[in-house]
Design a protein around this ligand. Structure first.
Ligand code: NAD
Ligand code: DAU
Length: 339
């Protein structure tokens, strides 16, 4: 089996590559990644010398480059993680989200049509369903929940999902889609809530909570997401969408307080800042379908996963220090300077 994994130098893609090389040591994994601000080649250092692994620096919108890679590799499957993934950046600059997340997805699928493929898997998000009200804890996103997006990011992901399903219906492309809730774990880029709060705590810097911090996210340890995708690409039904989430809903403010406690930092570091525009209130996944059809269940409890994650950031300053010392400083100043 030869699998092209796009966006494999990012957070979830790199964890997926480690998972696949461990669980399927006879598979060839080709990582295609443009190495944007969010891609980090040093993350893939541990597998660079693995003879079953190849890294190719390439933009998924580069049609010529993508076709050339398919001619060289004859992949059996493509798993598309490559995306612009940060909601706040999409609010500042939507265009790159439309290019990568929509045009890039179409380009990859055109290559799959041209050269043939056993499976194209689109890594999507629960954000395509919009949000749920805080006062209706009985409501969850199922695969039948209508698409109803809030941000340019989620709209671009929803656009890609619709294209993926259209390529299945129109051209018979063998596709699957997974829509997962918020991931956390090693190699999470410091712009996102959990690593940002851990790293700020370590520097005794203010912890910028948007609004009152009552928004709810449904957190899943990244390895559990990787296992779900592994199951879907092998056993999932073509043309189907699978929601992935572990019923682990938490308010942002509670996550931040928990991180303060774990690092023995005062809650007085918490600073309430101007809310995100269009901020989704609550995400909550109903994972019944993937559980019943594929037997998937999350394995890592949040209490254990967050401990492991905090420890990982304590042990791997070499990974995140170069990131926060570079261009990230300008981003941080623009995003939080006058907030
Ligand atoms: P990330 O931002 O950490 O990584 C994205 C990767 O894609 C980077 O390595 C980047 O270099 C690469 N990339 C960006 N544009 C590219 C392009 N044009 N061509 C090739 N490579 C490009 O993202 P992540 O958090 O790992 O998310 C991966 C996927 O999972 C995304 O599609 C995202 O929408 C989805 N997702 C994320 C979460 C989450 O909680 N992080 C949850 C559900 C779904
Ligand atoms: O639900 C899946 C989605 O989860 C993925 O599709 C996205 O790619 C991923 O980035 C994530 O989106 P969120 O917007 O939920 O994640 P983020 O870490 O940016 O924010 C989590 C919550 O924390 C959100 O309610 C906003 C809030 N927040 C975030 C940051 C960065 C703060 O209060 N302060 C912050 O500084």
């Amino acid at each position: 089996m030869n699998i092209i994994v796009t966006g494999g130098a990012g957070f979830i893609g790199s964890n997926f590559i480690f998972h696949m090389l461990k669980e399927h040591p006879d598979y060839r994994i080709v990582c295609l990644d443009a190495l944007t601000y969010a891609g980090n080649l040093s993350t893939l250092e541990p597998v660079m010398s693995n003879p079953n692994f190849r890294f190719v620096k390439l933009d998924i919108c580069d049609r010529e480059g993508v076709y050339k890679l398919f001619e060289e590799e004859h992949p059996d499957m493509v798993v598309n993680f490559a995306a612009e993934s940060h909601v706040d950046r999409s609010i500042e600059n939507p265009e790159v989200f439309l290019n990568t997340n929509i045009i890039g997805t179409a380009t990859l699928m055109d290559a799959c049509r041209k050269y043939g493929i056993k499976r194209y898997h689109q890594v999507s998000t629960d954000e395509v369903y919009g949000d749920l009200p805080l006062d209706r804890p009985d409501l969850f996103f199922t695969e039948e929940t209508p698409i109803h997006t809030s941000s340019p990011y989620s709209s671009s992901k929803a656009g890609a999902d619709l294209l993926v399903l259209a390529y299945h219906r129109t051209y018979g492309l063998p596709v699957t889609i997974s829509r997962c809730s918020n991931n956390y774990g090693p190699y999470h880029f410091p712009e996102k809530l959990i690593p940002l709060m851990i790293i700020n705590c370590l520097h005794d810097k203010p912890l910028p909570v948007y609004g009152e911090g009552l928004n709810v996210r449904d957190w899943l340890y990244v390895e559990d997401h990787c296992r779900a995708i592994d199951l879907i690409i092998h056993n999932g039904r073509v043309g189907e969408v699978y929601n992935v989430g572990g019923h682990n809903e938490m308010k942002n403010i509670d996550i931040v307080k928990l991180i303060c406690k774990a690092l023995d930092k005062p809650e007085s570091l918490i600073t309430h800042v101007t809310d995100r525009k269009g901020h989704d209130m609550r995400y909550a996944i109903d994972p019944t379908k993937i559980h019943n059809e594929l037997g998937w269940l999350p394995e890592t409890k949040f209490a254990d996963g967050i401990k492991k994650t905090i420890q990982w950031y304590l042990d791997n300053e070499d990974w995140w220090q170069p990131i926060i010392s570079g261009e990230y400083q300008n981003y941080y100043e623009e995003m939080y300077g006058n907030r």
